[in-house]
Write a protein that binds this ligand. Structure first.
Ligand SMILES: [Zn+2]
Ligand SMILES: [Zn+2]
Ligand SMILES: [Zn+2]
Length: 339
């Protein structure tokens, strides 16, 4: 009999069609690998060198206004540019390239340099949710924009060069491949079963409770059955919404509440400001209704067993498939205990 708490096994991710190898018997093995240096010291409330603080000059030459709440601007070093021609280039169908027009913005969550989502108040975070919803609506309505990706990198370990609380918004002509995979699998599920993949998944998780970390009226956070990163979580809308523009006032406050609690839980886990990449997956803005799409967020934190030991995706994971030792069930239990 296969015991998911004891035996090596692989788990399927129905949302993107991939597999993850789980090796629960290895959790006792000694660690002799890289130990990261502990997280940086506390930040000042205002940093005159920070290009995101109110009133400061940015590297591109512009100066930030003396903003007192949230603030959004076009990225001075954008990866995507609005005037890019959309033409295609190819050679024998073997080498292919396509122009990708787009817009990259930066959104500051607060004028305070030293805050984090885990330490911001829920009313202030609700203003951040308002900013995200407005940006999704504004950028998504542009004729050349087919997808809007909102994400936050936190911590040097995740490549965040500036500790000031902020997100990035990358709006592109085409939906990126990870989004397209999720969209196709949600559409296929709806076609085959007549229901929503993530509504069905969340119902199963709430029934078992094994991987459920927390919930409020409108949202739930789970360690997905198919999680790759040690303490990966997904935040799912409990109602079927295709994007955050469909959230009402209570829903926006509940999203702020659960993001605050999930990140506080992460900080508590190893008693450090927990690094992560997080982002929202919403319906593509290609003019279609996308009733198959279920609004959710992913948290991908790299820490493995302490503040200084991170997970690497190397070897078998680059060549074959991702692998984890600690099970999703025990990760969820540890996160629940860290609230
Ligand atoms: Zn700053
Ligand atoms: Zn749904
Ligand atoms: Zn997703």
């Amino acid at each position: 009999m296969l015991d998911l708490a004891q035996h090596p096994h692989r788990r399927f991710n129905p949302l993107n069609g991939s597999w993850v190898l789980v090796s629960p018997h290895r959790t006792q093995r000694p660690w002799q690998g890289q130990v990261e240096k502990a997280a940086a010291a506390a930040q000042p409330e205002y940093d005159p060198q920070c290009y995101l603080c109110p009133g400061n000059a940015r590297a591109g030459g512009a100066r930030n206004p003396a903003y007192t709440s949230t603030f959004v601007f076009d990225n001075d070093f954008a990866a995507l540019l609005p005037g890019t021609p959309a033409g295609a280039w190819q050679r024998d169908g073997l080498l292919m390239a396509e122009g990708e027009p787009g817009i990259c913005r930066v959104g500051c969550f607060s004028p305070r340099h030293d805050l984090t989502v885990s330490r911001m108040s829920v009313p202030d975070l609700t203003l951040v949710v308002e900013l995200w919803a407005a940006q999704f609506a504004e950028l998504g309505a542009l004729p050349r924009i087919g997808h809007v990706q909102i994400f936050e990198n936190r911590g040097e370990m995740m490549g965040a060069s500036n500790p000031h609380p902020h997100c990035q918004i990358w709006a592109s002509a085409t939906a990126p491949p990870e989004v397209t995979r999720e969209q196709q699998r949600q559409a296929a599920w709806r076609g085959a079963r007549g229901s929503c993949l993530l509504c069905d998944y969340l119902a199963a998780e709430r029934e078992s409770g094994e991987r459920l970390v927390m919930e409020n009226e409108c949202f739930a956070a789970v360690v997905p059955f198919w999680a790759v990163w040690p303490f990966e979580t997904m935040v799912l809308a409990k109602r079927h919404l295709t994007g955050m523009d469909e959230l009402d006032g209570a829903g926006r406050a509940d999203l702020a509440d659960i993001l605050h609690r999930v990140t506080a839980c992460y900080d508590n886990l190893f008693s450090v400001p927990f690094p992560y990449t997080m982002g929202f997956h919403q319906r593509p803005t290609d003019g279609e209704a996308h009733p198959e799409w279920h609004f959710h967020a992913h948290y991908y934190p790299p820490l493995l067993r302490s503040a200084t030991v991170r997970k690497f995706m190397v070897g078998f994971e680059m060549l074959g498939m991702p692998q984890r030792d600690i099970t999703a069930e025990s990760a969820a239990a540890r996160l629940r205990a860290s609230q």
